[in-house]
Design a protein around this ligand. Structure first.
Ligand code: ATP
Ligand code: MG
Length: 398
């Protein structure tokens, strides 16, 4: 029996077939099915041209019609359906100059990057695998469809995709494909930063980061990645950390920031065109990590960090130190034992301060609130309105 995510889409395939065309599941979902990995969405490929699909399905949205992809809405669900196509003549190492719609499945499978990604499965679960993808899945090998030299010259992003599959799946790269990675690494410079970042983020989130990062170093691909040219050692140091496997993507970025040393963390992250929020979060975590490594946790540092950052920081610290026993749980408990975890929880407000002092609002209020906050976080006083008022009186602040 096919997994339910395929089952749901079977009526869509059947409908295309009834109209006289072929339709298959293709790409990552078929690969992940045979790997026993969770499947997020299924890609469907068909011999029907986009115009023909629109005649079959009443509800469609053009999402990439020039590449032959449309979104079909059936029974309230969305399906991405792409017409079989070939991609010819890549003049700039990144995008096909011309996309041509074709009627044959095999032609479509042939344009795909790796053998494991070039399998198709029909509505009955029958597999079409002209490039022996299943064999490579069982042998845990990443191998290009056809000549790796040719395929990386057509589209250099495939080299990054290869490395990210190493990180996600733990597969080995076939020797010919590996040689081509080494030989053509410099072609990666033609690829837009955003696209490299998308793959690098997947590398950082994979379980086999050690193998993937080592591969980036061995193939020299790292020299074509934003601001990494000077950081071969940093990359290798991160790759060599024994606990790297359990580190998530955010923590992996934080590790990298730690090992690149003098490079300004904000500039580094911006160089990858990461979202502002990510740049802010990782830079803040780096600051907290540096204090934590120098002086350990204090209540004030925990409070300042917030729970999520504190846990990321501790995990990264653990990884750098190769600590045999995890201290993340302890940090979590310490965090939850803080008297307050945000300023909103203070039992006084600016209004209280104005009433007590008979003064107008102004910057002094913010400063005083910060002092109160700090006294409460450090357990100097209790978070209780009357206690706070008396404490302020004793300090001659009222
Ligand atoms: P993921 O599970 O991360 O989505 P995926 O293999 O499905 O991995 P997609 O980017 O969703 O990756 O692409 C879907 C399919 O399209 C791939 O499985 C592959 O067959 C083909 N493909 C994607 N990018 C390329 C490329 N640069 N060159 C050739 N074929 C590609
Ligand atoms: Mg996919």
């Amino acid at each position: 029996m096919l997994p339910s995510i395929f089952q749901q889409a079977v009526p869509v395939l059947k409908k295309i077939e009834r109209a006289g065309f072929d339709a298959y599941f293709v790409g990552g979902s078929v690969r992940d099915h045979f790997l026993g990995r969770p499947i997020n969405d299924v890609d469907i490929a068909t011999s029907a041209y986009p115009q023909e699909l629109k005649e079959i399905f009443p509800k469609t949205i053009d999402i990439g019609i020039e590449h032959g992809t449309i979104l079909v809405i059936e029974e309230g669900r969305e399906y991405e359906i792409t017409t079989f196509r070939t991609e010819s003549a890549y003049a700039d190492f990144r995008r096909p100059d011309k996309v041509e719609f074709i009627r044959s499945l095999e032609g479509d499978l042939e344009r795909r990057d790796f053998t494991m990604n070039s399998m198709a499965m029909d509505a009955d679960g029958k597999v079409y695998d002209p490039f022996m993808g299943l064999e490579d899945i069982h042998g845990r090998v990443i191998r290009t469809v056809g000549s790796p030299d040719l395929r990386f010259n057509e589209d250099a992003l495939r080299m990054m995709r290869g490395v990210r599959f190493v990180s996600q799946l733990g597969f080995k790269v076939d020797p010919d494909t590996l040689n081509a990675l080494k030989e053509h690494s410099s072609l990666l410079r033609h690829i837009a930063v955003e696209r490299k970042t998308m793959e690098f983020e997947k590398i950082m989130g994979g379980k086999w980061k050690r193998e993937a990062l080592t591969l980036l170093v061995r193939t020299n691909l790292y020299t074509e990645l934003p601001l990494l040219t000077q950081h071969k050692e940093a990359l290798q140091q991160v790759a060599d950390l024994p606990q790297l496997e359990v580190i998530n993507k955010d923590q992996a970025w934080l590790l990298l920031l730690t090992y690149i040393g003098d490079t300004d963390p904000q500039e580094f992250l911006k160089g990858w065109r990461l979202p502002t929020k990510t740049v802010r979060e990782r830079s803040k975590e780096l600051e907290v990590l540096q204090i934590r490594r120098k002086s350990g946790w204090s209540k004030t540092l925990l409070y300042r960090a917030g729970l999520e950052a504190a846990l990321n920081v501790e995990k990264v610290h653990e990884c750098i130190e190769s600590k045999p026993v995890s201290s993340v749980e302890t940090v979590k408990e310490e965090y939850h034992s803080l008297a307050i975890t945000s300023r909103q929880q203070l039992d006084v407000t600016g209004n209280d301060l104005m009433t007590w002092t008979d003064k107008k609002g102004g910057p002094w209020m913010k400063e005083l609130l910060a002092e109160i906050e700090s006294a409460i976080v450090t357990n100097t006083i209790k978070n209780d309105k009357e206690t706070i008022r008396r404490w302020l009186q004793t300090c001659n602040r009222l």
